[in-house]
Design a protein around this ligand. Structure first.
Ligand code: 5RP
Length: 298
């Protein structure tokens, strides 16, 4: 039974100002509680960074190398990821609902690798995103592409829908083969996405001037891993990106196409969350590699 009379309560600490901690993520302080809570399921509040495991490639590529069997090749990796980036089809069919970290749902699509890729539309409703309890929705933005305006409009519609319900929007800057992948282009694409409302942005690392890309973008940037590289080079790439201001990686092929994916994702975590040097991370990879093999190969 509740106390009938608590007028004697006196532990008010009236001389102590109420705590009001700034939120740990760049540009996110003025977001609502639900959105911040979801972002804390994507980014690790201790390091302020994330290792997103990306395996949404099938939405335009089909069963690409390493993703033939998500149940065998990807599920063993999910415990090491801060968040998963995937389609609703793979989420429903292949990911255990006991997974409790953030889900970043692929929310745009349409054309396959056989067609003009920039011709995407929004591919999920907000009801479905809420039903799947996602933390963020991811959308391609083709700055300079044939369907630039449509892809930007896809993003702004998702931002409006997501903001209404406290779900973040990840703008994925997709760079067409005809574009120059340099800092000038990345500054334009990432800044446009942030200005038009993206909660955070994914882009590619560039060797020259990447720190100007992160500095000019008022929301967190994560980098795509890109094509499969030798493990030491992929760890160097992740290291360079976080040391130059990226808030983590959204890495797919360089993890799931690695000779030892479980070892590789842990080495990437070392770089992202513990600031391991590329050499320390590669040594960790080699140490862990002995016990790692592709489940689909066994
Ligand atoms: C597809 C994507 C992928 O999620 C992205 O490319 C990350 O994967 P990878 O590290 O293999 O590049 O956004 O458009």
């Amino acid at each position: 039974m509740a106390d009938a009379d608590n007028t004697e309560a006196k532990n008010y600490a009236a001389d102590v100002p109420m705590r009001s901690e700034p939120f740990f993520l760049k540009g996110s302080n003025n977001l609502d509680w639900g959105m911040k809570n979801r972002l804390a399921a994507i980014f690790n509040p201790s390091s302020g960074r994330t290792v997103m495991l990306a395996f949404d490639h099938g939405y335009f590529l089909g069963p690409t190398s390493g993703l033939e069997r998500v149940d065998l090749n990807i599920v063993p990796l999910i415990q090491y990821a801060d968040t998963l980036m995937l389609t609703r089809g793979i989420l429903r069919t292949s990911i255990p609902p006991t997974y409790t970290r953030g889900i970043v749902l692929r929310a745009s699509g349409g054309p396959s690798i056989l067609k003009e890729l920039s011709n995407e539309e929004i591919a999920v409703s907000i009801d479905e995103a809420i039903r799947l309890n996602v933390a963020a929705m991811a959308v391609q933005v083709f700055v300079g592409g044939e369907h630039e305006t449509r892809s930007v409009h896809n993003m702004t519609r998702l931002v409006d829908m997501g903001n209404r319900h406290g779900i973040a929007t990840l703008a994925v800057t997709a760079v067409g083969t005809e574009m120059v992948r340099d800092a000038k282009y990345m500054r334009l694409a990432t800044r446009m996405c942030a200005e038009l409302g993206a909660t955070y942005v994914k882009t590619y690392y560039v060797d020259e001037g990447f720190e100007t890309v992160t500095a000019a973008c008022p929301v967190p940037i994560v980098i795509a891993g890109g094509k499969k590289l030798p493990e030491a080079e992929a760890l160097q790439l992740a290291h360079n990106a976080v040391q130059q201001g990226a808030a983590g990686v959204d890495m797919g092929r360089n993890i799931f196409q690695s000779d030892a994916p479980v070892a590789m994702i842990q080495a990437v975590r070392g770089v992202v969350h513990k600031n391991l040097s590329p050499k320390e991370a590669y040594d960790l990879y080699l140490t862990l590699k002995d016990g790692d093999e592709h489940p689909a190969d066994s």
